[in-house]
Design a binder for this molecule. Structure first.
Ligand code: UDP
Length: 140
């Protein structure tokens, strides 16, 4: 099967605790290759735009505030069935429900400060990659 790409964010709870290497190691050990990566501090407008699908959800404002509370690392990941592979290694949204060995079970602080974002479909992966990266910034 051909390699596909997905989009990942190492969230502010992880950059604050100096866990970007630990997260990346787990992604790499799950068979994903980091083909683009940059550390950024999102503006409120950027975070609101990224999470626009959640605008009506009760947690939206808190989520945006959390995502701009510190730097994040945005990444493009490549591998066989990259989107699903990344969702599997991330674990459930709420770390209390995540499987042992997943990033969220091992590293996350709470349902909000849950260490990583990962695209939930190939279609969203393409949209989210394009939100943060120019094609020439991705080196496969
Ligand atoms: N989130 C939250 N409270 C909730 C559900 C979600 O703060 O009750 C946050 C959490 O950081 C999560 C993000 O909103 O990662 C997006 O939620 P989604 O349901 O898309 O979960 P994910 O795809 O990240 O597992």
């Amino acid at each position: 099967m051909a390699a596909t790409r997905t989009f990942s964010i190492i969230k502010p709870d992880a950059t604050r605790r100096n866990l970007t290497g630990a997260v990346t190691k787990m992604l790499e050990e799950a068979g994903l290759r980091v083909v683009a990566s940059k550390r950024i501090h999102m503006t409120r407008e950027q975070a609101e735009g990224f999470y626009a699908v959640h605008k009506e959800r009760p947690f939206f404002n808190d989520l945006v505030s959390f995502m701009i509370s510190g730097p994040v690392v945005v990444q493009v990941l490549e591998g066989e069935n990259a989107m699903q592979r990344n969702r599997d290694i991330m674990g459930a949204t709420n770390p209390a429900n995540a499987e042992p060995g997943t990033i969220r079970k091992e590293l996350a602080e709470s349902i909000e400060a849950n260490t990583v974002h990962g695209s939930d479909s190939d279609e969203n992966a393409a949209i989210e990659i394009a939100y943060f990266f120019k094609p020439e910034e991705i080196v496969g």
